[in-house]
Design a protein around this ligand. Structure first.
Ligand code: GLV
Ligand code: MN
Ligand code: MN
Length: 433
């Protein structure tokens, strides 16, 4: 490919851009997605690949090999975010970032996160294979611990990368066994104590685009195959503990019990009613995880802990629910003669993405004759965490039947290929000067 042809056209990188976009290979995308999916702790029952696990290690090693083949400059940061740079012609210019995550929820799918990582690798592969060098560097980031599967808090890797999480936060964030993110990162061979120096600061990165599967049903049901994201939902996340008293299930009279299970069941039902009653258009509330102690069929539950996940693209929608939680759960606790503790696990703010990057992606879509829809994201993404330090955009491709966070999550490779072409096109525009 002739670099000068690329440079001297009206379009910032020229007509031969199409030649470059034509290199995007569905075969290669499919192969990489499948190879990553092989590494799961639950074979035959979806992808379970938690950050800092053996499966995570295997996929990282494979991806590091791919980066090596592409000749990228690689750096793995304090908590395991992998940063791989295709150095541009002008290395002094701030790079454009693209990427996503490789960790999954328990029994998740092949596409959540991996689609964005593989598309980023595919886009850079096409550039490298063509011999073309953009002015600006392109950096692929494979984010660590996006799903919150270890610690109950989403996007801990990107939060640390941009300084939203400090070293102290890494000590406080603990898994179910009480092991902190700091300690798990250390055991994995990382240096979490370097998190401050490894931070991305405002100005370090010129722009970021994440490609992701939609995880909802809009694109699949109503089309088209491309979504351009305007806002990403924020949320508040809690663990709620109801504490009663264990006792004999057969011998304890019904009116002399402190039954944490009945209280929790009522609280969960009331929570659902509260969300239904107070919700704005996009508000959602979920109890997805529950633990009972001592968890015996003939023992009254002493302690029941469940999670709350409350989200909206506007803060008011979240606050309308959280404002009433404490009073409501305390009322339930009183009714059932137990106590209640609400433990905040974390928050993320709803964010609006950058008009500049949305414009670049829209322009790239229009010039390629691609139909697209402007939309919001109900799921959390690393892209949202990057907004304090750079201009961020996101591209969505359809999730078949809107299924996600489950083994039968699926996206057509042809749609990923299309999304990847759009990603590459936008990256070329953003890195042309
Ligand atoms: C991550 O996928 C989330 O939205 O919870
Ligand atoms: Mn994801
Ligand atoms: Mn996810």
């Amino acid at each position: 490919l002739d670099v000068d042809t690329l440079k001297n056209q009206n379009d910032p990188i020229g007509v031969d851009k199409q030649t470059l976009l034509d290199r995007v290979s569905g075969e290669r995308i499919k192969d990489r997605i499948e190879r990553i999916a092989e590494h799961t702790a639950t074979p035959g029952e979806g992808c379970s690949r938690f950050t800092y696990s053996e499966e995570d290690r295997c996929v990282r090693d494979m991806i590091l090999d791919w980066f090596d083949t592409l000749g990228l400059q690689v750096n793995v940061d304090a908590v395991g975010n992998i940063r791989a740079r295709l150095v541009g012609k002008n290395p002094d210019l701030a790079p454009v970032v693209t990427g996503s995550h490789i960790d999954t929820v328990p029994h998740g799918g092949k596409f959540d996160g991996v689609t964005g990582v593989v598309s980023a690798i595919e886009a850079v592969t096409c550039i490298v294979d063509s011999g073309f060098r953009p002015e600006r560097s392109i950096e692929i980031i494979v984010f660590a611990e996006e799903e919150g599967s270890n610690f109950g808090m989403t996007t801990a890797g990107s939060k640390t990368l941009v300084g939203t999480f400090s070293e102290q936060d890494l000590h406080h964030l603990k898994n179910e066994d009480g092991v902190s993110m700091f300690e798990m990162a250390e055991r994995f061979g990382l240096h979490p104590e370097h998190c401050e120096q490894d931070r991305i600061r405002p100005g370090d990165v010129d722009a970021m685009i994440e490609l992701h599967v939609e995880q909802s049903i809009v694109l699949d049901r109503e089309g088209p195959s491309i979504g351009i994201v305007q806002a990403i939902a924020g949320g508040k996340f809690y663990r709620v503990h109801f504490i009663g008293e264990a006792n004999h299930a057969g011998a304890t009279p019904m009116d002399m019990r402190k039954d944490a299970m009945v209280a929790a069941a009522n609280a969960i039902a009331r929570f659902h009613e509260l969300v239904m009653e107070k919700k704005l258009k996009d508000t959602v509330g979920t109890v997805g995880q529950i633990h009972c102690e001592p968890n015996g069929s003939n023992v009254i539950a002493e302690r029941v802990t469940f999670t709350l996940d409350i989200r909206d693209v506007v803060q008011e929608g979240i606050d309308r629910i959280t404002d009433d939680l404490e009073a409501m759960f305390n009322e339930v606790a009183e009714t059932f003669n137990v106590t209640c503790e609400i433990e905040p696990v974390g928050t993320s703010k709803p964010v609006r993405l950058s008009e500049r990057i949305i414009g670049v992606i829209e322009h790239a879509a229009q010039s390629a004759g691609l139909d697209y829809r402007l939309m919001n994201s109900g799921a959390v993404h690393d892209a949202a965490e990057m907004t304090p330090v750079t201009d961020v955009g996101m591209i969505f491709v359809p999730s078949i039947d809107g299924k996600s966070h489950k083994p039968d999550e699926h996206t057509h490779i042809s749609d990923i290929q299309l999304g990847c072409k759009l990603l590459l096109s936008a990256l070329l525009d953003l890195t042309a000067r």
